[in-house]
Design a protein around this ligand. Structure first.
Ligand SMILES: [Zn+2]
Length: 268
């Protein structure tokens, strides 16, 4: 605080802690746990990272506005060292029910923390901390699982919007984040109760692929693997067109395109 030119004794309220949450399957662990009681041969790890601690100060010029003064920032947010495991469980990551049961207490604690303040005595004074969670350390499979969406083979291809496979193939450009945790929860209620007595097909269309109870709130992010796949597909098309010098031709035939693709595949 002193480094930032702040008066230590006046800084008791407004400390804000940003926590990144991650959860991932660890794959097959059958060889790692040796002999003992029979347990599922897959494991899931839930972990968190303290990303930053900041202090919300009232702006001196404009009393209404609050500005954040950074007190701590994690220098290596993606390092194993800053990622603290909280729960390690023997469960298959696609087992929604067991995952819900094991992570239930974590989710409950988390929502209690979101609604309350932690008072810590530091330097002889009580300091008030609030906590904010960003569930961004989830891959697509895990997002689908904890947000109650159908698995990745679903016709609802996107975890960020309601686009279907057919819609996505016609519109690869326009995209905005429209899904939210709250809406997923509402949709699950609709799915469970079927208030309009619709057919399974109609109901599924109404809830856009929500089929289980969401139990953890994730932050919309692009899955790195999906980014890579998307980029690779895009570059593949560009290379193919470059091989055929498509900029010189107007309407290349299907056979021509096929031969360029073959030439490219040979290089790969
Ligand atoms: Zn989308």
């Amino acid at each position: 605080l002193q480094e930032r030119g702040l008066e230590d004794s006046s800084c008791t309220e407004g400390f804000s802690v940003m926590v990144k949450e991650s959860c991932d399957g660890m794959g097959d662990v059958s060889e790692k746990h040796g002999g003992g009681p029979a347990v599922p041969e897959k494991a899931v790890r839930f972990s968190f990272t303290i990303m930053s601690v900041s202090l919300l100060m009232e702006d001196e010029e404009d009393g209404e506005k609050k500005k954040a003064v950074s007190i701590f920032e994690e220098p290596k947010p993606n390092s194993e060292m800053s990622c603290k495991p909280l729960c390690l469980m023997f469960v298959d990551e696609s087992d929604h029910e067991t995952l819900t049961a094991v992570l239930g207490p974590v989710a409950a604690e988390r929502s209690a923390m979101k609604r309350s303040r932690l008072i810590l005595s530091i330097g002889g004074l009580p300091r008030f901390f609030t906590f904010h969670f960003r569930g961004s350390g989830y891959d697509e499979k895990m997002v689908r699982d904890v947000e109650g969406l159908e698995a990745s083979g679903s016709m609802y291809v996107c975890t960020l919007c309601d686009s279907t496979r057919a819609e996505a193939s016609h519109n690869m450009v326009l995209h905005s984040v429209t899904r939210s945790h709250e809406e997923n929860l509402e949709r699950y209620e609709t799915w469970r109760t079927n208030p309009f007595s619709e057919s399974a097909e109609e109901l599924r269309d109404r809830v856009k692929g929500v089929s289980a109870k969401p139990f953890l709130e994730t932050q919309p992010t692009l899955d790195a693997l999906h980014c890579d796949i998307g980029n690779a597909t895009e570059f593949y098309k560009i290379f193919q067109d470059e091989i055929g010098e498509v900029f010189q031709k107007i309407n290349p035939s299907r056979e021509e395109r096929r031969s360029w693709r073959a030439a490219l595949d040979k290089q790969l």
